[in-house]
Design a protein around this ligand. Structure first.
Ligand code: OOG
Ligand code: MG
Length: 264
């Protein structure tokens, strides 16, 4: 099966780099969750071989809003590389994506190595800083349709991320208002409490999940806690901004047209 897993990774990687969606794997190549994570690993290794570096992990489906929007009800994790980081306030060229969406998150910067079973206090004590963040997701599957194994194999739809200002934890972050604005108008609103009841639990989950896979959360790594609300489609010219109470803002603007809309 491992040659099969390599060819699935190659197909997903090609879909991302060529901005062309593929059919969801589960239609004719159903994978176990364990094999889906093996595909994800091979996908990341292809990126590392091109010179990218691993900078952290992301969690997915930590909020009910996202589970409902995408019809997947299990926690998932994916891997972040330096090439995915977009500067705060930057212009994002949509042609690099198939059918991108953005969602509001918070990000943690790890100060001390974390792995295995921890409680929330221990996890937060290892955090150096926290930032408001936007994740740009772009499923490599047609119509953003996938099941649990499909999305895991596709590195949990990771495409890009925008980080606002890093800062020390401002007291309890368990129930901070989160607002996603598009062109200055509210598009989604919620609370950090939507993230597993408290975003510290996302960190606890990340430490456990990476340890199961033989990793640790390393000092300097970023952990994206998962979206607090549903995601919004990106369209040409849009300006997207997240504001998280006490943490501040992160934003980007969209240039050009997503690949799928270019009639290719
Ligand atoms: C999968 C990624 C989910 C989140 O924050 O819940 C995720 C997707 O929605 O395509 O990143
Ligand atoms: Mg996300």
């Amino acid at each position: 099966m491992s040659a099969g897993l390599d060819s699935i990774a190659e197909k997903l990687d090609g879909a991302a780099t060529g901005q062309r969606a593929i059919a969801q794997l589960s239609i004719d190549t159903p994978l176990s969750v364990a094999d889906a994570y093996r595909v994800q690993q091979r996908l990341i290794e292809r990126r590392l071989a091109r010179g990218e570096t691993r900078v952290g992990v992301k969690l997915g489906f930590t909020s009910r809003a996202k589970m409902i929007q995408m019809g997947v009800h299990d926690l998932i994790w994916g891997q972040l590389t330096d090439a995915m980081i977009v500067g705060d306030g930057a212009h994002l060229a949509l042609k690099a994506f198939i059918h991108p969406r953005a969602e509001p998150e918070i990000a943690f910067l790890i100060g001390q190595r974390l792995a295995g079973e921890l409680n929330e206090e221990q996890a937060l004590a290892a955090v150096r800083s926290v930032a408001p963040a936007l994740e740009i997701i772009d499923s490599r599957y047609s119509d953003f349709k996938f099941n649990l194994a499909d999305v895991i194999a596709d590195n949990c739809s990771s495409a890009a991320l925008v980080l606002g200002p890093w800062q020390p934890l401002p007291g309890d972050i368990g129930n901070l208002a989160v607002l996603l604005e598009i062109d200055g108008r509210p598009a989604q609103s919620g609370s950090t409490a939507a993230i597993l009841g408290h975003p510290a639990r996302a960190l606890v989950a990340a430490a456990r999940l990476v340890a199961d896979a033989g990793f640790a959360l390393e000092p300097g790594w970023i952990v994206m806690a998962g979206a607090a609300t549903a995601a919004e489609h990106l369209r040409p010219g849009m300006r997207v901004c997240v504001t998280v109470e006490r943490l501040g803002r992160a934003s980007f603007s969209c240039n050009g047209v997503p690949s799928e809309k270019q009639g290719r």
